[in-house]
Design a protein around this ligand. Structure first.
Ligand code: ZN
Length: 278
């Protein structure tokens, strides 16, 4: 979705459209990620974050011959808790994660799923950091993808912190690439969803601070126009997140968030990153 196509579900109004167009064009002029062929690990809190945050860039890296591993920090047991058996839900999310990885070009033996509880990663700091440390020590990546430190939900922030802590103990200094997922959930990209941002003051603060952060912190932009269809196909492989598998119940899907504007923001023709150790 390019900046004009996003307009059908994002906030309307002259000022919102103009602001969005301006931010998109500023980001588009950011330097591109150098050396796509670097060996990488993508750490994703949940099954779908790897696609939403950096799916297009993974596709580009694979095309450039890079080895890419994907590590899911949690087992996905919470997304539809109470709507199906927990063990079935965990198995389904695993199958979907492997299918999505295959669409991105990542083989099943390069996908790891930690059995840590979805939504409670923070309560497993030592265990999580140790597992991240083991995988970093084994693979010695040249590049590490993590959710932005400004991204939002606790599992995303915990993932960032576990990876940073593990890198510090290992004294490894790969290129750090922070990607945006929930970071996009602010005006002018979306009308904040009250189920996610409950306080109106927080929504206003995000609308002011996040564009400033976007401008200041996100220093790299990858044009994924050519990879976008493949990214959308990978997202579609996370069926439980994009289709109501049980139509007669309140099965939540990604496009429920802000009437589809958030997922549209995550699947634009660009992916933005805050990159260190370039
Ligand atoms: Zn997530």
């Amino acid at each position: 979705m390019n900046s004009s196509a996003i307009d059908h579900c994002a906030p309307t109004g002259f000022f919102a459209r103009r602001r969005r167009k301006r931010l998109h064009s500023i980001m588009r002029r950011r330097p591109e990620l150098p050396e796509y062929s670097k060996r990488a690990i993508v750490f994703a809190p949940h099954q779908d974050d790897e696609v939403l945050g950096c799916g297009g860039t993974i596709i580009k890296k694979i095309a450039h011959g890079a080895d890419v591993d994907i590590v899911f920090m949690t087992n996905g047991r919470r997304s539809h808790a109470g709507m199906m058996e927990v063990s079935d839900l965990i198995a389904l999310r695993e199958t979907e994660a492997l299918n999505a990885a295959r669409v991105l070009g990542v083989a099943a033996d390069r996908v790891s799923i930690f059995d840590l509880p979805d939504g409670k990663l923070n309560e497993h700091r030592d265990e999580g950091t140790e597992q991240v440390r083991d995988i970093l020590a084994r693979l010695c990546p040249e590049e590490v993808y993590v959710p932005s430190r400004y991204d939002g939900p606790d599992d995303h922030l915990a993932t960032y912190q576990f990876v940073m802590d593990a890198l510090n103990t290992l004294k490894q200094t790969p290129r750090i690439v922070e990607y945006a997922v929930w970071f996009w959930h602010h005006w002018p990209w979306v009308r904040p969803d009250k189920r996610i941002v409950r306080s109106p003051i927080r929504a206003v603060a995000n609308a002011v601070l996040r564009p400033m952060r976007m401008y200041r912190e996100f220093n790299v932009c990858v044009d994924i126009s050519s990879e976008r269809d493949q990214k959308l196909a990978a997202l579609a492989a996370h069926e439980s997140q994009v289709q109501r598998l049980m139509p007669n119940c309140e099965w939540p899907i990604l496009s429920d968030v802000s009437d589809g504007a958030w997922v549209a923001a995550c699947t634009q023709d660009i992916e933005i990153f805050s990159v260190r150790n370039v």
